[in-house]
Design a protein around this ligand. Structure first.
Ligand SMILES: NC(=O)c1ccc[n+]([C@@H]2O[C@H](COP(=O)([O-])OP(=O)(O)OC[C@H]3O[C@@H](n4cnc5c(N)ncnc54)[C@H](O)[C@@H]3O)[C@@H](O)[C@H]2O)c1
Length: 353
């Protein structure tokens, strides 16, 4: 007699890299970024009901491995993500990730997904969403400093959400800039390759820094930053890993996701513990002001917070039924008598013999 087939709950929808790429290509990158940004915005509006904690980081000499959990009371989620700036020199990526959603009522997982691609999308969607609230009106030019894995996603999100059409590119490795020129040549941008960060920021109303270096780097110094710009600084996201000279922080109004995490990981780790910041959920819900005037320097000290991954996974889960772009993964052991896990193994042994 064969044991009953596992219940439906034992099979967890799994979105592989291949299916994620199909979803992006079928949906269109711009539409998917806009869709994810809407979910992130919705979750910022419900900020107060989320479980929040700085991510759990395991540091080594060469990088970091992090877990990012959160819950809205109905659904629990977490992401596994690493950051290893030396990896690209070895033919590996700086950042890889996967994540999961689970039902809070049963504890059973309801979605497992690749998140290397999804992290690039959610990071870009978050940056552009934030800029929608903070960037100067009519901005059409962005400096993109650091032309690695995140950069084209940032560019596409800023075009879709903020109307950026001109990109000024700089990377210490010219090959990275050449890659962006190739990838974005038919995407309707006016593209300019620059030979320094200083040159890249000329005429840009938005400055995105997405470099990777495991040290206190100074991509921008205070004298480079003129009045009225919005800085989207996403590469400084670890203790000892920053991109901006601290004098810029003193001159700018700094906006963050979750202060307890950003004070550990963000640009503001260079500042005293009571350095004033504004939380983005307060700007999005209208509790706090975003940009006040045309001369103000706004700075998004983005490190990436668990709710943004939760939102991206929620978006993904809502696409599964209509697209069918997932596999059912036999992931949860599910004995017909829930207390007879042992018996299930025994029966499988007899059947398999
Ligand atoms: N805030 C977030 O939510 C978030 C999310 C994902 C990644 N990140 C971070 O963003 C950064 C970029 O990630 P990635 O996946 O694109 O990394 P990547 O390694 O693919 O690209 C980084 C690029 O930065 C360039 N670079 C390094 N130092 C530079 C300098 N001084 N000036 C100009 N360019 C320089 C490198 O040559 C490389 O091309 C990383 O630090 C990563 O940890 C942040």
């Amino acid at each position: 007699m064969s044991a009953p087939a596992p219940s439906k709950l034992a099979y967890v929808p799994f979105v592989s890299v291949a299916n994620m790429m199909r979803l992006i290509n079928r949906t269109g990158l711009s539409k998917m970024l806009t869709g994810i940004a809407a979910y992130i915005e919705e979750d910022f509006r419900r900020w107060e009901l989320f479980d929040k904690a700085p991510r759990v980081a395991s540091h080594s000499d060469v990088g970091v491995i992090e877990l990012m959990p959160t819950s809205d009371g109905q659904v629990y989620g977490f992401k596994y993500v690493n950051g290893h700036p030396k990896n690209t020199a070895e033919g590996l990526q700086t950042v890889t990730a996967f994540g999961l959603l689970a039902n809070v009522q049963t504890g059973y997982p309801v979605l497992l997904s690749e998140m290397t691609l999804l992290t690039a999308l959610r990071t870009a969607a978050t940056s552009a969403l934030v800029a929608k609230y903070l960037a100067p009106e009519g901005a059409d030019t962005m400096a993109l400093i650091g032309n690695g894995a995140q950069s084209e996603f940032q560019a596409t999100a800023f075009r879709a959400i903020c109307g950026i059409t001109k990109l000024r590119l700089y990377d210490i490795d010219p090959a990275a800039t050449q890659k962006v020129l190739r990838n974005l040549s038919d995407q309707g941008f006016e593209l300019t390759a620059c030979s320094s960060a200083q040159e890249a920021i000329e005429g840009a109303q938005i400055i995105t820094t997405c470099t990777a270096d495991k040290q206190y780097a100074t991509i921008l110094t205070d004298n480079m930053v003129g009045a009225g710009v919005h800085i989207n600084a996403i590469g400084g996201d670890c203790p000892g890993k920053t991109e901006l000279h601290k004098d810029i922080l003193s001159r700018a109004d700094v906006f963050v996701e979750y202060p307890p995490q950003t004070r550990i990981e963000g640009e503001i780790q260079q500042m005293p513990a009571d350095f004033p910041v504004t939380e983005m959920w307060e700007v999005i819900t209208g509790k706090a002001k975003g940009r006040r005037d045309a001369r103000q320097i706004t700075l998004f000290d983005g490190v990436g917070f668990a709710t943004e991954d939760f939102s991206a996974l929620r978006y993904l889960r809502d696409q599964l039924e209509s697209t069918g772009l997932y596999d059912a993964l036999d992931m949860i052991a599910d004995p017909d008598d829930p207390r007879d896990l042992f018996g299930m193994v025994r029966r499988a042994g007899i059947e398999g013999a």
